[in-house]
Write a protein that binds this ligand. Structure first.
Ligand SMILES: NC(=O)c1ccc[n+]([C@@H]2O[C@H](COP(=O)([O-])OP(=O)(O)OC[C@H]3O[C@@H](n4cnc5c(N)ncnc54)[C@H](OP(=O)(O)O)[C@@H]3O)[C@@H](O)[C@H]2O)c1
Length: 258
């Protein structure tokens, strides 16, 4: 059975480009009332305008998710724009400095920044949004992770550690929210043709990378449906296989694929 997301309030961080922008558009096309967060106003405004041109509703909040002072401003402005937030997608992320570096060459401050954007920011925002969801008895939170959370890729240390922590935090959130009606799951979207990927691997063959719009459609289906368990790790590999791999709470992508 499908649950409708039409008319729902949705907050997507990192919504100005890449996967976040594609998610915003797909969710708005499904009838959601969308709020997008990013730091750079021009790109964010363009994303909101594109959704409006497609007949959807979207609002922009210019903010840095790593800024602790911004957390409640984001939550408050989002609620003022669209009402209760029924879906939160923690998608905004940083790689840290590029070219990516070995851990021996990684400054502590760069590790701290990766943790601030990819872990602590989502934690603060989840705290701000999940409480009202619990009071209303329902909601969905999606953490966007990466295979760098489970594989020891050289030079991906700061980013990989932040995503591993985000995933584990997500599993614990899911366990602690059990019985409240609020569901949180982690999604590994796979390699996509985005600026982040180009920054990380400039010589990648773009033809081999997924279109973020196709990945977004798969995520929206999981948000709209009720068949993704709280705490699950969803591995999306557009173009490689027909179906997503869904691991149990605590499972890894490799376990899910077996
Ligand atoms: N691309 C891939 O192949 C790939 C693979 C695995 C996982 N992922 C994950 O998928 C998600 C989306 O990645 P993407 O490739 O779409 O990235 P992207 O194209 O670089 O877009 C990142 C988005 O996040 C925003 N952002 C970055 N830092 C922010 C901050 N501190 N506060 C608020 N917004 C911030 C950016 O806007 P501003 O710069 O204006 O803030 C932009 O809207 C990320 O979680 C990433 O880790 C991507």
């Amino acid at each position: 059975m499908k649950t409708s997301i039409a008319g729902r309030g949705v907050l997507v961080t990192g919504g100005s480009r890449g996967l976040g922008r594609a998610l915003g558009l797909a969710l708005a096309r499904a009838g959601a009332r969308v709020v997008l967060v990013a730091r750079h106003a021009d790109e964010l405004t363009a994303a909101v305008t594109a959704i409006g041109a497609a007949g959807g509703e979207a609002h922009a909040i210019v903010a840095d998710v790593a800024d602790r002072e911004a957390t409640h401003a984001i939550a408050g402005q989002a609620a003022a724009a669209v009402g209760a937030i029924d879906v939160l997608v923690n998608n905004a992320s940083t790689l840290g400095p590029v070219p990516l570096r070995l851990l021996l060459d990684t400054d502590c401050e760069d590790l701290e920044r990766a943790l601030a954007v990819n872990l602590v920011g989502p934690f603060r925002l989840t705290k701000a949004i999940a409480g009202p969801m619990v009071l209303r008895g329902g909601g969905t939170i999606v953490n966007v992770t990466s295979d760098a959370a489970t594989e020891a890729y050289e030079r991906w240390g700061a980013y990989g550690a932040s995503k591993a922590a985000l995933e584990q935090l997500g599993r614990i959130w899911a366990a602690e929210l059990a019985g409240t009606g609020v569901r949180l799951f982690n999604v590994d979207p796979g390699e996509m043709d985005t600026r982040m990927h180009a920054d990380a691997i400039p010589d990648a063959d773009r033809a081999e990378l997924a279109d973020p719009a196709r990945v977004a459609a798969r995520i929206v289906a999981r948000v709209a449906g009720n068949d993704t368990a709280a705490g699950a790790r969803v591995t999306i590999r557009v173009g490689l296989s027909g179906a997503d791999a869904v691991g149990p709470a605590g499972g890894t992508a490799a376990e899910a694929a077996r």
